[in-house]
Write a protein that binds this ligand. Structure first.
Ligand code: SF4
Ligand code: SF4
Length: 85
């Protein structure tokens, strides 16, 4: 396993139980840092997105989500997050 550092400019808070699993946010995220759960479901029985390092804080997920699942926070300064691959 190797370590990679990923520049990360923001983060999102995901209201998991508000998600209806429509997948729109997954393709809309420019750096591709959102993925749907494969084995875990929310209280309504839907898969939901999880965030990997590398968010840019662009807010596109919040704009495209029909159910207002995302709150986006942009950092004042970028940080590096360590990812094991
Ligand atoms: S704010 Fe932008 S980069 Fe971050 S998860 Fe949402 S769409 Fe992706
Ligand atoms: S766009 Fe919103 S409702 Fe659709 S999968 Fe993403 S978080 Fe869930």
């Amino acid at each position: 396993m190797s370590e990679k550092r990923v520049l990360t400019r923001g983060t999102v808070v995901i209201d998991v139980d508000a998600c209806k699993g429509c997948d729109l946010c997954i393709d809309a995220c420019p750096p591709g840092v959102l993925t749907m759960t494969s084995h875990e479901l929310n209280a309504r029985g839907y898969a939901f997105p999880i965030l990997s390092p590398g968010c840019t804080g662009c807010r596109i997920c919040a704009q495209i989500c029909p159910d207002f699942v995302f709150q986006v926070y942009k950092y004042d300064e970028p940080i590096e997050l360590v990812v094991n691959e």
